[in-house]
Design a protein around this ligand. Sequence first.
Ligand SMILES: O=P(O)(O)OC[C@H]1O[C@](O)(CO)[C@@H](O)[C@@H]1O
Length: 627
Amino acid sequence: MACASGVCTSSSSTFKPEQVIVRATRTATTASSSLAPSPRFPRNDSVSCPNRCKLVARSSCRSFHLRPTQSIGREVPANLLRPDVVQKELEKDPVALWRRYIDWLYQHKELGLYLDVSRIGFTDEFVEQMEPKLQAAFRAMEELERGAIANPDEGRMVGHYWLRNSRLAPTSFLLSQIDNTLEAICKFANDVIGAGRFTQVLSVGIGGSALGPQFVAEALAPDNPPLKIRFIDNTDPAGIDHQIAQLGSELASTLIIVISKSGGTPETRNGLLEVQKAFRDAGLDFSKQGVAITQENSLLDNTARIEGWLARFSMFDWVGGRTSEMSAVGLLPAALQGIDIKEMLAGASLMDEATRASVVKNNPAALLALCWYWASDGVGSKDMVVLPYKDSLLLFSRYLQQLVMESLGKEFDLNGNRVNQGLTVYGNKGSTDQHAYIQQLREGVHNFFVTFIEVLRDRPPGHDWELEPGVTCGDYLFGMLQGTRSALYANNRESITVTVQEVNPRSVGALIALYERAVGIYASLVNINAYHQPGVEAGKKAAAEVLALQKRVLAVLNEASCKEPVEPLTVEEIADLCHAPADIEMIFKIVAHVAANDRALIAEGNCGSPKSIKVFLGECNIEELYT
Ligand SMILES: O=P(O)(O)OC[C@H]1O[C@](O)(CO)[C@@H](O)[C@@H]1O
């Protein structure tokens, strides 16, 4: 017998009471309208349920049907019930709501994890309708785990599930690659910690090569870790300076871990070059403190090999950046902080087993995917607000933002139809956010659903005390979560609650695995490739074009500034001389940027009226002119 939110559950993985609620929905037929129409459901017809509720049958479709490009959205049959009305009725009948809660409550006994989807208003008909799609999704996941080319665009297998159970890897070569890397990580971390030579880790990486390690560090690092960790995850020079300044003389005892799957991401390369300069300035030998985590033979790998860095760890082609937390990317930084990485892997592996179940009620990832589909009409019409009521889980929403949005935010489906799919994720933590934006969630624009993350254990045993008779600080946190959940529900705002006993390596591993699988299943439900990211290339390409244009602008200015007398140029003249009249706005921005950074470029005039600006270089570089 175990307990979540005060609900004791029986031994089966999902508690099944003898009676199921809202069965009345199946008998619903169209009748006359009795409730005020909601803007999203222009016309509704209410029906009287023979048992207890007055229910409303949907006679019109949800707003997404009006969007011309979103052809694969949920097909809503006329007899499905409006969730907000079901909620209203359930709320009036607490016994029915309680039954819905226990009927749908998922429990993973070994992990001490619960999933409550009772405050998502899906109907039995909807679940029945989704069954074929869910079964297809389960088959797709099975194929993927068996080593199918699940990312057709990049011709790649998708194998993050093998990382926590290498016996599942489709070849013995991959199996030994996984096992050997894990062994090497553990050995390296033990040696480093044992030697006591290093006090800090500075991790340089971005996106999937930073977000997982950041989330796990915030969630699990002990108060006094063997090595403290800091991150450079951007090409912001001031941010980089700040990290290096914070290290101060400890730079000499800092292990620099450079993480990049591709080994060629510009922000990460820049971070590395900046850190290497700091080492040179301090008279330190970077190679004795540098570690690379990247694919074999990438630019980064070759640099590390040629420069003879302290260590190199493999990142595998078949692990995507956003699902790489259980590869060397996440495991090495975690191990160096004294986090039990084998427990993380065990938690993930247990969750992987649970999420292979083909009965939706027994599969928490499928339940999540089902709820997302229901709540966002299968087209991302509502945002997912992730609210962990635990400070250490602050970065979970940021981590999920990439996992969910880079996976699901796609222009085309697998058949080449333009679908512009996605699911927006944001959030920080409760109860802090109650004093920020919950006002809007409760009463404002209704464009979201919430995922509460509840942690049962307030603080380690033996440390609690009552700050007023019978009430602890944690009781307040608990009350805030439950209060917000109820208050939102009372206003038809749907929510999911994931409950864990405590934040530890096992539960964090399980949470990561739960959401990885939910994303995979949801992607199948909406028929998209979750494992590529063609969209990010456009931004990278555009950034490269801006840098190329900047070089041309400086060359033109250099030539004009070498003339006697110096010829200041207007922005229009620069654009003409660059043969880029269409890029005039960008050229103005380049001039303003360079002028603001003491780079020998002088702009006279008023930046508020760009046409007044005249530009020249303070120093002419003859050499550049003739080379
Ligand atoms: O690990 P890398 O190759 O440096 O990539 C970092 C991130 O950049 C992206 O490719 C997006 O640009 C992410 O998918 C990835 O996690």
